[in-house]
Design a binder for this molecule. Structure first.
Ligand SMILES: Nc1ncnc2c1ncn2[C@@H]1O[C@H](COP(=O)(O)OP(=O)(O)O)[C@@H](O)[C@H]1O
Ligand SMILES: [Mg+2]
Length: 214
């Protein structure tokens, strides 16, 4: 199945567990929902973290709709809807499942923690991703997000050097903060929080938002 016209699908992927996929996915969904966009969250991870987050989300908050595995067949119906689909993926995503997820996506956000272990684990994944037809043909775009990192550190520089081989930019760096952790307890993203607690983090999201919208 090809990605549906008029629906903007963003896949969040990296086979490394704990690198920040779900955090990125739910906060992007929170941003779009707060912009009155129609947002669907599709949790491809059997751990169902994104769905659990969604279950915690108060009904009074800007709506984020859920999609399930079996909803695959319903996707064409969303066509023309102008909606966003955020796909949160599982650790270890590779092979056929990866290829399938990539086919659904217009853009792929890859969170990477700039540690030696994380970069090593991301290498094979990026090698494979760059070979996907949709990526080679520039139908699907990849953006990297440095997770839990200060841009002025050696780790950040090392991440940029690592990504040069793929010609991939780091869209932004998101700092390590309990703001994300505490928000998640309540089914919230930083864009659901008052500005005085989230302004610094909202600012760091600026380039991601620009990139997903362009
Ligand atoms: N920028 C951040 N600051 C602080 N904690 C973070 C940040 N990003 C992720 N985390 C925490 O790191 C852990 C793993 O993140 P998660 O999004 O669940 O990763 P993944 O979905 O890739 O396994 C979670 O406990 C999450 O709250
Ligand atoms: Mg996850």
């Amino acid at each position: 199945m090809k990605n549906a016209d008029n629906m903007r699908a963003i896949l969040v992927a990296n086979p490394k567990g704990g690198c920040g996929k779900t955090t990125l996915a739910v906060n992007l969904a929170s941003y779009l929902a707060n912009q009155n966009e129609r947002v669907y969250l599709w949790d491809l991870d059997r751990q169902r973290s994104a769905l659990e987050w969604l279950n915690l989300r108060p009904a009074s908050f800007p709506a984020i709709r859920r999609l399930d595995q079996q909803d695959d067949t319903h996707l064409p119906k969303l066509k023309g809807d102008g909606a966003w689909m955020i796909l949160d993926s599982a650790a270890g995503l590779h092979g056929k499942n990866l290829a399938h997820a990539v086919r659904l996506a217009h853009k792929i956000l890859v969170p990477v923690q700039p540690s030696a272990f994380d970069m090593a684990a991301t290498q094979d994944f990026l090698d494979g991703l760059m070979e996907e037809k949709a990526v080679r043909k520039h139908r699907t775009f990849i953006g990297v997000v440095g997770m839990r990192v200060d841009p002025r550190t050696r780790a950040a520089t090392t991440l940029e050097q690592f990504l040069q081989q793929y010609d991939l930019p780091v869209l932004t760096y998101l700092r390590d903060t309990m703001v994300y952790v505490n928000a998640a307890f309540a089914g919230e993203g930083i864009f659901d929080l008052p500005h005085y607690v989230s302004d610094r983090d909202r600012e760091q999201w600026g380039p991601v938002i620009e990139w997903v919208r362009e």
